[in-house]
Write a protein that binds this ligand. Structure first.
Ligand code: TXA
Ligand code: MG
Length: 320
């Protein structure tokens, strides 16, 4: 039996398999089996008001999970699937309430990874999967990240090496007349706007934000401060710096991680969570993370860093 066949068997039997996608590793279960889905919430310690993304292998499989596939959804699917775009649509009665946190909508995407697609096809099931990390923590972009935090709690991990994109999918709601960006991610807002025209940002939209888009998320255990530029001095203690690119740094940091020497956003996104983990492993007193340009993938990177820092003790006005 191949690894994919073994993993597909686990899914069919109601077990949990962590698998690579192009964005981050997912923690997957048969989306149509409520008992299996319940275990995702238990293993991740995820609150049940936070709905899951359902991964499918093709449009046919997507169609049966929704009331209807609007033409705008088909257009986006043709442009971006398989890929890092998740579409929120009205759900069909087939989708268990636990998957959608009892919302009348379901989030769907076709991941762009041969192991993910192989698993969905071989098991013959749509696969519900959040990122494969304990709730609120840093998302995993390698199999060993998953092994470290969830290894003893799940049946199997498919290892596909490091994830290419590195930040989660863009979540776009197509439920209302105007598409709403619920989470910035691997497909840029600019690209979506060029195809769709108007796109509302969830924070400015009259309809509620994505449940689960909590202010504090993606957080390392070390306190993190998200800033636009270096402070003039460091508080006492050992501090780490997450820098967007190479440059002169005059402050006495104990450790520095550079997202991308030349400041390329794609490379920065792919390295973001691994760099955060590296700094988090050093037992520092704090991490300063500097913002990247707010464009393209930069929106997703800044969004994750802002949430990673949202629990920091001090309000923004007195940051460092
Ligand atoms: O790239 C990704 O999207 C990864 C990989 C594994 O596919 N998955 C992922 O899942 O990031 P998770 O659970 O960490 O994030 C899912 C996001 C949450 O913000 C959730 O609130 C939103 O999608 N979401 C899911 N279903 C929704 C729905 N019906 N309506 C609105 N938002 C929804
Ligand atoms: Mg997550």
């Amino acid at each position: 039996m191949t690894e994919i066949e073994k993993a597909a068997r686990v899914i069919q039997e109601g077990g949990l398999v962590a698998f690579p996608t192009e964005t981050v590793y997912g923690l997957g279960a048969d989306a149509l089996n409520p008992m299996a889905v319940a275990r995702i919430f238990e293993v991740k310690q995820r609150p049940q008001f936070d709905p899951l993304i359902v991964h499918v292998a093709d449009l046919r499989q997507a169609e049966i999970l929704v009331k209807r596939l609007p033409s705008r959804a088909v257009q986006l699917a043709e442009a971006f699937w398989p890929g890092p775009l998740t579409l929120v649509l009205e759900k069909s009665s087939l989708v268990p309430d636990l998957v959608t946190a009892s919302l009348p909508t379901v989030a769907l995407r076709i991941p762009d990874h041969p192991l993910a697609l192989g698993l969905i096809r071989e098991s013959g099931r749509p696969i519900a999967a959040p990122s494969a990390n304990p709730f609120g923590g840093v998302s995993p972009t390698t199999a060993s990240h998953v092994r470290e935090s969830l290894g003893d709690k799940i049946e199997m991990i498919l290892d596909g090496g490091p994830c290419r994109v590195g930040v989660e999918s863009t979540v776009l709601s197509l439920v209302g007349d105007t598409p709403v960006l619920l989470r910035p991610g691997g497909v840029s807002l600019e690209y979506l706007q060029s195809l769709l025209g108007e796109v509302w940002l969830a924070k400015h939209s009259p309809i509620p934000q994505a449940p689960g888009q909590l202010p504090s998320h993606y957080a390392p255990s070390t306190p993190l401060r998200f800033l636009d530029r270096l402070p003039t001095h460091l508080p006492p203690g050992r501090w780490g710096l997450l820098s967007p690119k190479n440059g002169e740094i005059f402050l006495a940091f104990s450790a520095v991680e550079v997202l991308s020497p030349q400041g390329h956003l794609q490379e920065s996104a792919a390295r973001l969570f691994a760099c955060l983990r590296n700094l988090d492993a050093l037992g520092l007193d704090g991490i300063i993370a500097l913002s990247v340009p707010e464009e393209g993938l930069g929106r997703a990177i800044n969004d994750r860093l802002q949430r990673a820092g949202a629990d920091s003790a001090q309000p923004p006005s007195s940051r460092v």
